[in-house]
Write a protein that binds this ligand. Structure first.
Ligand code: MN
Length: 303
């Protein structure tokens, strides 16, 4: 691959995906152009959307292995249930971190007959040394916030603006929500060892004069020490970054692994009711794993 200019922001488009029941999200990671940003290997932007009665986010019990799910709630309320017996409502300004490790199952459903949903859901690939850990779930009701020249900076992961997120991770990562309710401009200091990406969640902004709007991911290779962020009206962005993930990973359905055999085993275990315990407390139907028998994927280097 040609050496990448660290001064260039590379643009990739999010694609629409259906989470089930017609609930559409914009999937910014992975894409053909970009598999991951640090250990962040999946990024769904849900909403902002009004949902009619009986709709909204309704994802029945499904399993995960080899990753952490990281949910950042912006508007609306979603009820989480998992196979460890946790029942947790996540509200705006809160983070849910679920560590799948060797295996967990969960469900997610919008609360209320009708309402609004706006959230970012990310996955974090677990490094080999930690990917078989016991499953766990932690709810973070508050994250550190800094004022950054008219942007409200919420430090979701890692360290930024002199604040440190309490979220426990297994790789060096950063995640910051930047929200302005009017025209604003600020400089964000970056860790030069990290690659970074920005997703616009609402409004529009300029990143080093590069325009960004919802549906576009801007990516920069390691080597940057800062970025300039500007908006002319209310806007909200998600900044993520991390040291490039050193291990090739295999992602299929809800699993992050290293070999097709691991994926096939996890899919078979889920469909046969092994390994993953039931998810108590939800009325939603279990989501069966697709047929993994013909899987011939090779682990892909992070890029
Ligand atoms: Mn899930």
């Amino acid at each position: 691959m040609a050496a990448m200019d660290v001064n260039t922001w590379q643009r990739s488009a999010a694609r629409r995906a259906d989470l089930g029941g017609g609930f559409n999200i914009a999937r910014a990671l992975p894409s053909a152009a970009r598999r991951s940003v640090g250990a962040w290997c999946f990024l769904d932007h849900a909403g902002p959307a009004q949902f009619p009665p009986g709709a909204g986010m309704r994802v029945g019990p499904h399993p995960h292995i080899g990753l952490q799910t990281f949910t950042w709630m912006i508007e609306g309320e979603v009820l989480h249930h998992d196979s460890l017996g946790n029942r947790q409502v996540i509200r705006p300004g809160e983070v849910n971190l679920m560590t799948a490790g060797r295996g967990i199952a969960h469900s997610e459903e919008s609360l209320g007959e009708r309402g609004v949903v706006h959230a970012a859901q990310l996955w974090i690939a677990l490094p080999d040394a930690h990917r078989q850990v016991e499953p766990a779930f932690v709810h973070h009701p508050s994250l550190p916030v800094a004022d950054a020249d008219g942007f409200r900076a919420t430090v979701l992961a890692g360290h930024a603006f002199g604040r440190r997120s309490p979220v426990q991770l297994h790789s060096e990562l950063v995640g910051v929500d930047l929200a302005a309710e009017g025209a604003a401009g600020t400089r964000v200091e970056l860790d030069a060892r990290f690659e970074h990406a920005l997703l616009c969640l609402r409004g529009a902004a300029q990143v080093d004069h590069e325009p960004i709007e919802p549906g576009t991911l801007l990516y920069a290779a390691p080597g940057r020490t800062r970025l300039e962020l500007r908006c002319d009206a209310a806007a909200q962005l998600l900044l993520i970054g991390g040291t490039p993930f050193p291990e090739p990973i295999l992602m299929w359905w809800n699993f992050v692994a290293r070999t097709p055999q691991e994926i096939q085993r996890a899919a078979a275990d889920w469909n046969a009711g092994r390994r993953f315990a039931d998810v108590p407390g939800t009325q939603l139907a279990r989501v069966p794993a697709p047929d993994a028998s013909a899987l011939r994927l090779k682990p892909r280097a992070a890029r």
